[in-house]
Design a protein around this ligand. Structure first.
Ligand code: HEC
Length: 258
């Protein structure tokens, strides 16, 4: 039999051809498309340390001084880069997107719809669009919460959002010097807060207020028939749902927010 007609030869040739095709489609073409696009460098992004970053220095002076020194632009650039690296390393992207889509009134929920230019910077290489939303989109996070809210939230999400399924990140904190003091955010903790507060700091603020997050009050066992955030509580057999539950879930909060 001619060696070229052997099954193994055909398999080898086809394998090499598909490998070559994959390199062209996944590496050469994207590189060709992207190389002409200017990417904003980190120095330019961190042109001025924003008030949120200065606030971190004032709130956590000891650990800030230890890890970042002064809240200047150099320190801000370092914090942003490390924050981005921590975001990737801790797989925050597994539960959070960074892309507000122009559908389903997402702009009412998260803020202004995303546009291409905001991904043209060094901190979006690789881009962090994410693929799913276990938690809310984060590209409009800037200013939504205060620094101390974020610090408390990374320490234990359920302390601030009781129904949260976000993991706690105790390794973002240094143990306190004495047992009665509160743990202070460490280098990574300060960086991730600075990074989250930076996300969307360039975007326009929405005209209308955003929809509030649903956070139902703890309800008596009989009334918690649905998942948290169900549009309306199931009527309890033999009586109406307590007013506090009906008011929170079906009324003022304005329907499902997630
Ligand atoms: C297992 C999934 C999961 C992971 C991993 C995760 N989160 Fe979350 N996150 C959530 C959920 C769910 C919420 C909504 C409830 C809450 O606020 O805790 C949330 C809320 C948030 C919020 C508040 C958003 C808002 O608009 O109120 C921020 C900020 C945040 N996460 C940042 C992060 C960062 C940074 C990381 C990585 C260090 C991370 N999350 C990892 C699930 C996750």
């Amino acid at each position: 039999m001619n060696p070229l007609e052997r099954f193994s030869t055909i398999l080898l040739v086809a394998g090499l051809a598909f490998f070559g095709l994959a390199v062209v489609a996944e590496a050469v073409l994207p590189w060709q498309t992207l190389r002409g696009i200017p990417m904003q460098p980190l120095d330019e992004i961190a042109g001025a340390a924003p008030p949120d970053f200065v606030d971190l220095a004032e709130r956590y002076p000891e650990s800030f001084k230890k890890y970042y020194g002064q809240p200047d632009t150099k320190a801000f650039a370092r914090a942003l880069r490390l924050g981005r690296d921590v975001y990737i390393a801790e797989a925050c992207w597994h539960c959070h997107s960074q892309f507000v889509r122009p559908v389903s009134n997402e702009d009412r929920r998260f803020g202004a719809v995303s546009y291409p230019g905001e991904y043209q910077n060094e901190l979006q290489l690789p881009q962090l669009f994410g693929t799913r939303r276990v938690g809310p989109d984060l590209i409009r996070s800037s200013g939504k919460h205060s620094n101390d809210w974020h610090v408390a939230h990374f320490w234990e999400p359920r302390d601030v959002v009781p129904s949260s399924v976000m993991p706690s990140f105790p390794w973002f904190f240094d143990p306190p010097a004495d047992a009665s003091a509160a743990p202070q955010p460490n280098q990574r903790g300060l960086a991730i807060v600075a990074f989250v507060q930076w996300l969307g700091s360039w975007a326009e603020q929405p005209d209308a207020p955003l929809l509030p997050l649903l956070e139902p009050e703890p309800a008596p066992a009989a009334a918690t028939a649905g998942w948290p955030g169900a549009p309306a509580p199931a009527p309890v057999a033999g009586g109406a749902a307590p007013a506090s539950v009906a008011g929170t879930v079906g009324g003022a909060a304005g329907g499902p927010g997630r």
